[in-house]
Write a protein that binds this ligand. Sequence first.
Ligand code: NAP
Length: 263
Amino acid sequence: MNPPAPDPVLASFPQPFTALVAGANRGIGLAFVRHLVAGGQARRIWAGCRDPEAAGELAELAAVAPAVRILQLDVTDEQVLADAAREAGEEGSTVELLINCAGFLHRPGGPQPERRLAEVRADWLQESFAVNAAGPLLLAKHFERLLPRRDRVVFASLSARVGSIGDNRLGGWYAYRAAKAAQNMFIRTLSIELARRARGSICVALHPGTTDTGLSRPFQAGVPEGKLFNTAFSAGRLLAVIDGLKRDDTGGFFAWNGERIPW
Ligand SMILES: NC(=O)c1ccc[n+]([C@@H]2O[C@H](COP(=O)([O-])OP(=O)(O)OC[C@H]3O[C@@H](n4cnc5c(N)ncnc54)[C@H](OP(=O)(O)O)[C@@H]3O)[C@@H](O)[C@H]2O)c1
């Protein structure tokens, strides 16, 4: 397991800036919020989660970090997204950094990722597409009005390397792979539209590397030594990647180490 990554500088953003993290109550999303708090450059960190009442660790962090405000946010529910964007907008500031960490691969006691065609289920495909593909696009739809028009703004969504069509050699995991591939197309398409409206916008899909969270836990057995990251490391590396992104990088798909991933 890796040591925690140092808190990145995020010097490429206007100082101070406002950030929003979706899926902030656990896993990599919570680690992003911790890094942003430790960095001290964010005037406000909107921490979006589906159930604020159940977000114990995030609530503990918010209690000692005044920049953090918890926002109820479900990326599959447009009314909830509209309400969240309205609440964030009431403070009157733009949002310069949006990070979508909402995603899912399996649910304890529910269906598991498909190993073969016979395990493919229509309801499972729909659920995966709703969260992993449509989710980031709907998040962008509702928060777009809060993006600055001239300053640097980054919309970064956690995809997954297994969503790469070119890199798919193992097969399986139909719903997750295809939903992440669809997310990548949404991100690419969105990057083109956003560039027209917000000149400083950069819109990317990111792969965090295999990271020790509830999402990956049942599938960690085959991960080679040194290739399973802790959440602080992944989030820290991804913030460093975000910090280094140039305008020309918009519409791209990048790994935790800054390498481009083939579509
Ligand atoms: N961990 C890895 O190895 C790995 C590798 C590649 C890509 N990724 C991607 O990285 C992202 C974060 O994964 P993670 O490992 O941190 O997973 P995690 O620990 O399982 O966290 C997933 C987060 O997504 C939230 N979420 C799920 N459905 C949502 C919805 N409809 N609306 C809003 N939030 C929702 C969860 O909230 P609840 O607590 O309410 O469920 C939770 O906060 C995911 O997109 C995942 O696909 C992870």
